[in-house]
Ligand binder design. Structure first.
Ligand code: GNR
Ligand code: NI
Length: 181
């Protein structure tokens, strides 16, 4: 398994629409999902879409277990989502591709998710609570949409500027460290 680099805004790849996985769940795809899960745990985060590691495929990994619980890794290949209710609830979201930015997004509270799992079996589940929030956040990534796209233009611009500034600082530190060595 390998930890991969997570893309951050304004990387244009985050706006790509991801392509369906063709030919079912292969060992090669499982390797990608293993790497995504390891990358997500390392970050740490509760979900990750393949495009966040630069792979424009309709693949998501997730683990909603609490810090004192056993890990509960979940894998979603070619997920399809259907809202089950009109009522929406706000939740303070964050994203590994928009680090250190948090804001409320309104989403339907219940939805139905159809997908293939790690073994290539078809699944059909109803998502509620944190599962509903997270799967909708990840499904957005597959369409090239970030949670900040649900905010006002001003908030979105501020978020991108904040991440750009932090990334510049990190890169210049890494550079001076490399030249000192
Ligand atoms: O780790 C994450 N936490 C989170 C919190 C609230 C709503 C959504 C998320 S998903 C995020 C990881 C991520 O960026 N997934 O794409
Ligand atoms: Ni995200």
């Amino acid at each position: 398994m390998a930890i991969r680099e997570i893309l951050t805004v304004p990387d244009p790849r985050l706006k790509e629409v991801s392509k369906p996985v063709e030919g079912g769940v292969t060992d090669e795809l499982r390797t990608l999902m293993d790497d995504m899960l390891e990358t997500m745990y390392d970050a740490p985060g509760i979900g990750l879409a393949a495009i966040q590691v630069g792979e424009p495929l309709r693949v998501i990994v997730m683990d909603l277990a609490g810090p004192d619980e056993e890990p509960q890794p979940r894998y979603f290949v070619n997920p399809e989502i259907l809202p089950l209710t009109e009522d929406k609830a706000p939740y303070e979201e964050g994203c590994l591709s928009v680090p250190d930015v948090f804001d409320e997004v309104d989403r339907p509270t219940r939805c139905r998710v159809k997908y293939l799992d790690y073994d290539g079996n078809e699944r059909d589940e109803v998502a509620e609570g944190m599962f509903a929030v997270c799967i909708q956040h990840e499904m957005d990534h597959l369409e090239g949409i970030l949670f900040i796209d649900h905010l006002s233009r001003l908030k979105r611009q501020r978020a991108v500027d904040k991440v750009k500034k932090a990334t510049r600082l990190l890169r210049s530190r890494a550079k001076s460290k490399a030249s000192a060595a």
